[in-house]
Each structure stands twice: as C-alpha cells, then as structure tokens.
Design a protein around this ligand. Sequence first.
Ligand code: GAL
Length: 349
Amino acid sequence: MRKWRILAGLAASTSILLTGCGGRDTATVKTIKIGVTAYDQYDTFISQLMNELAQEAVEQGNKSGIAINLEILDAAGSQTTQNEQVKSLIEKECDVICVNLVDRTEPTTITDMAEKNNVPIIFFNRELVEEDLARWSQLYYVGADAFESGIIEGEIAADAFKENEALDKNGDGVFQYVILEGEAGHQDSIVRTEYSINTLVEQGVKVEKLGYAIANWKRAQAQTKAASILTQFGDRIELIIANNDDMALGAIDALKAAGIPQKDWPAVVGIDGTDVGLDAVKNGEMIGTAYNDKEGQSQQMLTLAFELATGGDLSDIELTDGKYIRLPYYRVTAENVDEYIERSRPEEN
Ligand code: GAL
C-alpha cells in the first residue's frame, strides 16, 4: 500500500510538474482525477499491475500535458469496504473509477452509485458477468482472455513432456499431474483449469489427474496444500499445473522444504510472469509461464480512463461490444524469458 501511495503521489506531482514545463499555455492545463480500488494489495500480480498503472499515469500525463491525479486504494478482500471506497472516490469527484471487484458477482451497489452520479467505471481483472456490465452504458472492462493463458500453459507442459523423457518418471507414457487452483468462482481459475488440461489432451498427451487443491492465488496456501499433496502422492507426481505463478512458487517451496533435489522435481508451470515467476523460469525451477500483460492492461486502462475523463474520443480505442478491452497472453519459457524480464524490469538492464 505504501508503495502504491508513493507511486500514485509521484504520478500526480510528476505529471503536474511536466505539464508546467511543457511549454503549453497554463490556462489550458487541466487535472483529471482517477480513483482505483484493488481487491487485495497482497496479491502479487495485482500489486505489480498497480505499480505499472502509476507509472503509466506519469507517462500519459507527460505526453498529454494534462496532470493525472491517481488515487489507489486497497479493499483488503472486503466488498463492503470496496463499496465504501467507491462512494468516497465519487465524493472526492473522481472523473473515472477503476474497480478490481472483490466479489465479481456483487457489482450492483457500485454500478448504481456510479450511474446515479454519472461517473464511468472501468472494471478490471476480475470479470463480472455480461448482464451486469450491460446495466449502464458507462461501464467497461479491461482484462485478458483467460482461455489463452490456459492454452499456453497446456502447450508448455505438452512440449516439455514430449521433449524430455525424464519427466515421465514411471515411463508409462501418461503425464500424472496435480493442479493448484485460484479462487473458486473466479473466471481465471475456472477457465485456466479447463483449457490447460484440454490443451494437453489435444496435443496428444495422455494425462492422469492425481489431485487438486484450491489455494486462492496465494503462495503460502499453495505451499501448505502442495506439501500434503506431496505426502500423499510423492514421486508419482510428474507435473504441477498452477493457475498462477505464486501458487507454482508455493509448490516449489514445498518441494524444497521436503528436501527433494531439483533433478527429481515434477515439471512446474504457472501463469502471470510476475517478477518472481520470471526469475523461476530463468533459473529453471519452472518450465514456463503465460505472461499476463500488465503493461498492456494498465496502458489500455489509463487510455480509456483518460478519454472518458476528458470527454475525448473513444473511436481510437478498440472496444469489443463497446465495452471490453482484452489483452493477449504470451508464452514464456527459458528460451525467451530474458525478453520478458527486460519488458517487466527495464531498469535492471
Ligand atoms: C489473475 C492473476 C492472479 C491473481 C488474480 C486476481 O489474473 O493471474 O495471479 O492476481 O488475477 O484476481
């Protein structure tokens, strides 16, 4: 949270400063205010997405000469808190509010308030059902196509199985797997689980499911659950498929804690391409990940928010059904991981 505030503060002051230096007539300078509420600041991917959004605000503020004042709040896993936050962001006269719903089935309080006060809402990352998004014309969604990430994950696992005989530990020609799932009911958990396994099968790999666990996107929960799965199935596990990188890393924590040497680990694959996830691909602990394009998502979110806040033209923005922006995922393995590390952390290179 501290980090976001600093970045958000930086976004505001930097863009105001550059606006002042931009050689524009100060009479035309305008400030826009964008409120954001995230479902949980401790979620690794969301936290990185928020940092990216803050940087994007600086960049778009500089480019446009309009100061973007970004306020990012943490709903800490409570829909009631989030509803209160949206109320207060409306009272603070935000031009647009970006909402990462805590409970994607409960957007009504927020959409009613927004419509009453005529403040557009951009939902992101946690997708509400179509009917809820259709309730008012000024509701939008920015996210990614969940099925793509499942397909990429399945393809990475299928290729590894075909290329590396040693992964078939018992030599039975079947990939024995366990799956670590995100929150029950989250569109990404449901769709990723289905598509990753279906893709493995479509790629001609015979699979056998040994077990699964729900670990709510969290590394620590995944470690605990993976530890008991390891006790139950031990050496029979040849593949650990996780709905995100943090849970893949939790499984790796469990493998390490069990004292299993890396050469005997099952293949581990994730989704997100978080900093820690990319590092694990780089050092060979994970066989790959599907990059969840936080740069693209925050850029599109900010562009849309900016146009909505300034009464600008939406015609340059590609909106599916007038409401949706979906970014693709990208396949990351040891071969191209450096490219994504560079993309995610250019300052390190
Ligand atoms: C997913 C992401 C997860 C988690 C979740 C939160 O897209 O892969 O790591 O951040 O969103 O809604």
